[in-house]
Design a protein around this ligand. Structure first.
Ligand SMILES: Cc1cc2nc3c(=O)[nH]c(=O)nc-3n(C[C@H](O)[C@H](O)[C@H](O)COP(=O)(O)OP(=O)(O)OC[C@H]3O[C@@H](n4cnc5c(N)ncnc54)[C@H](O)[C@@H]3O)c2cc1C
Length: 423
């Protein structure tokens, strides 16, 4: 990454050159390119920028989703709706096309670069910054931001190589997920010192670790459909169906990642939380019992495992039968009623013994952050500090898996970049 001559005075400093910061810098520079005199600088603490973009989507970067709605996010949905409306999926597709990145849609609705390479996305963003004269300064960690006048018209930024003055600051420091990428949560401290609140932050889109005594290790690599229900203080707070992946440490896969934020938040609040799996999604215990009774009537000599394997992966069927204290090869007609009820309850209401989440190194995003109510959603400007803008993951908004978090980063970055250069 070339290190352009670093001006000590500039018009806009973007702190953080991740997805949101790059989008903000480009939007700002696009708007001012005819004036030629506007100086926009990106400061990033990481030695090489874009680590998170490169690892995203399994190295393919799931840029956005074909349909993005506020219900794909958690946070103040009224504000989220307004932000999403100002920079839509169509805008994102056009914007990437203008950067030379064509997108393709996968069956799930996720949009990826046609090259299937996240590097294409990062290269295009950085190239456009260079074309527009945006100075990218890696290895420039911001350690403090002072607002030198009450009107907020001049900021002094302290970074690892000195001091920089700016008329506008866009804070795009991300959250706490994947701290080795440079997003270690210090941005929250910067926001706090400037007068913002930061709501409790927990890992989201994170795999969950199960009690070692569970059977997950024997199923490692197996994935299948499950309905996951999260109960907090005895109340259902979330229910979703999707693919669960058994791993050597516990559970992962899209449905687990999406549900994890509820478990992590409750855990942080010290509230009793339980996660239940229904391995026959949408089926009640009574419906499953009726099906099982039909099986007894039609195939009384069939074994338990063979019967369950009609509707569940065989390896999982064996594990769950054993877990319920039954014998896989018992013929179904011989299964005592008590054992049958216990087994069927285990299949439709399996309490997953979670001991912890897998932590920030494995979390894709952060739930919590600077409350959306503290920013002007039309411009992303702080309501407390004029000329300060907050974008991306630092804000209290997290999306489900599928390209939604990047859409949030592009949208908020775009809005702030435009607003910061329009006055
Ligand atoms: C493994 C993984 C895979 C993912 N895959 C996808 C996906 O396919 N699709 C999707 O939509 N989302 C995905 N995400 C989520 C997505 O990457 C984030 O939501 C998005 O990158 C957030 O963008 P951001 O710019 O707000 O923050 P970040 O990308 O975290 O960027 C913040 C930047 O700020 C810098 N910084 C932090 N503090 C300072 C400081 N004090 N001074 C200077 N610089 C600082 C950091 O070095 C970093 O470069 C994935 C995340 C992970 C971890």
């Amino acid at each position: 990454m070339s290190n352009v001559d670093e001006p000590q005075k500039c018009d806009v400093v973007v702190v953080g050159a991740g997805a949101a910061g790059l989008a903000a810098a480009i939007a700002a520079a696009e708007q001012t390119k005819t004036t030629g005199t506007f100086r926009i600088v990106l400061l990033d603490g990481a030695k090489t920028i874009g680590a998170k973009i490169l690892v995203s989507g399994g190295g393919r970067c799931n840029i956005t989703h074909e349909v993005v709605t506020p219900t794909d996010f958690f946070g103040n949905r009224h504000i989220i709706k307004n932000v999403l409306a100002a920079f839509t999926v169509e805008d994102a597709i056009k914007w990437f096309a203008s950067l030379g990145v064509e997108l393709k849609r996968e069956e799930t609705g996720k949009l990826f670069p046609v090259t299937d390479k996240a590097r294409t996305v990062l290269t295009a963003l950085v190239k456009r910054c260079h074309e527009l004269g945006v100075a990218i300064c890696p290895d420039h960690r911001v350690t403090g931001i002072e607002c030198s006048s009450v009107s907020g018209s001049e900021f002094v930024l302290h970074h690892t190589h000195g001091i920089m003055h700016a008329r506008k600051v866009i804070l795009a420091t991300g959250g706490r997920s994947l701290p080795k990428s440079g997003s270690d949560g210090f941005g929250y401290e910067l926001a706090r010192r400037l007068g913002h609140q930061v709501s409790a932050t927990v890992p989201a889109l994170v795999p969950l670790v199960l009690d070692d005594a569970m059977f997950h290790k024997t199923l490692s690599g197996l994935s299948h459909e499950v309905e996951l229900i999260t109960m907090v203080k005895g109340r259902k707070v979330d229910s979703r169906t999707g693919s669960l992946l058994w791993t050597h440490f516990g559970i992962s896969g899209p449905v687990v990642m999406d549900a994890s934020r509820f478990w992590c938040l409750a855990q942080k609040e010290g509230e009793p939380v339980a996660l239940y799996g229904n391995f026959l999604p949408g089926q009640t215990q009574e419906q499953v019992r009726q099906w099982f009774m039909e099986q007894i009537r039609d195939n009384p000599r069939r074994s338990l495992v063979k019967t369950l394997a009609h509707r569940l992966p065989q390896r999982f069927a064996e594990a769950v039968i054993h877990h319920a204290g039954c014998e896989a090869h018992t013929t179904i007609a011989q299964l005592p009623r008590k054992d049958r009820d216990c087994l069927l309850e285990t299949v439709v209401r399996f309490q997953l013994p979670i001991v912890q989440d897998r932590g920030w190194n494995y979390a894709e995003v952060t739930a919590g952050g600077v409350p959306l109510e503290e920013i002007n959603f039309r411009t992303m400007e702080s309501k407390f500090v004029p000329s300060l803008y907050l974008v991306g993951e630092i804000l209290d908004c997290d999306g489900r898996i599928g390209g939604f978090n990047f859409q949030w980063a592009w949208a908020t970055g775009f809005l702030a970049g435009k607003a910061a250069t329009s006055s």
